[in-house]
Design a protein around this ligand. Structure first.
Ligand code: 5GP
Length: 211
């Protein structure tokens, strides 16, 4: 069991809409709580994809980030791609760029590169984005499936910084608030809009408590 009272989650910056309840209900119905603070949502997000749900999530982020003049969506392979493509339809078909996990880095100056520590795989790996897909003047919305300790997002933010692109906001499907990554990034001034925010979960009973 991850304790529910071990941290106070910061409030969302905006009123949350119907897709949040839809996602929370789906997590309760189909999510499986594993040991070590891992939530499996293979039935609709990480293996089989519910594109109608992704579409509703995209509409919610479009509402939340209205007026932010976002012209590019950045995510990381693999699970972020499907969500990001559905989201882009709500942002004027903005191009979706995904950071690729690279085995070896070809340091030819054509790519932005950073290292990310994977929470689920418990190892570090390199990610790359081609320089021609991210530029100064881009206003980027970063999209990902999960936010845990925040390493993946820190890597994507570092890539945006290298490119001179501005991070206009971050949209996360499921934030595990008890791991603290979201609050850390909010404290740095990033606007992080997580749809479902889990305060705690119990791998023995399967119970999930939302913030
Ligand atoms: P972070 O870098 O914030 O620690 O972890 C975020 C990344 O790890 C996400 O891109 C996601 O792929 C993966 N991740 C973290 N926690 C979970 C989890 O509980 N379930 C699943 N399916 N993926 C997770």
């Amino acid at each position: 069991m991850v304790s529910c009272n071990n941290r106070h989650l910061q409030a969302n910056t905006a009123e949350r809409g119907a897709p949040v309840k839809e996602l929370e209900d789906r997590i309760v119905r189909d999510g499986v709580v594993k040991a070590g603070g891992v939530l499996k949502v293979d039935a609709f997000l990480n293996h089989q994809c519910d594109v109608e749900l992704f579409d509703h999530m995209g509409a919610e982020w479009a509402r939340l980030f209205e007026g932010e003049q976002i012209n590019k969506i950045l995510t990381i392979e693999a699970s972020g791609i499907g969500i990001a493509c559905c989201v882009a339809r709500h942002f004027g078909n903005a191009p979706v760029v995904f950071a690729k996990k690279a085995q070896s880095i070809n340091l030819d100056g054509e790519q932005y590169c950073t290292k990310i520590f994977s929470f689920t795989k418990q190892r570090e790996f390199s990610v790359i984005v081609g320089r021609r897909f991210l530029s100064p003047g881009d206003r980027v919305l970063i999209i990902d499936d999960f936010l845990a300790n925040g390493c993946a997002l820190e890597g994507l933010i570092a890539i945006c910084e290298s490119a001179g692109a501005e991070v206009a906001g971050v949209g996360i499907a499921i934030e595990k608030g008890f791991q603290g990554g979201g609050d850390k990034l909010r404290a740095q001034g990033y606007r992080v809009e997580s749809l479902a925010r889990i305060a705690c979960m119990d791998d023995e009973t399967g119970e999930i408590t939302f913030a």
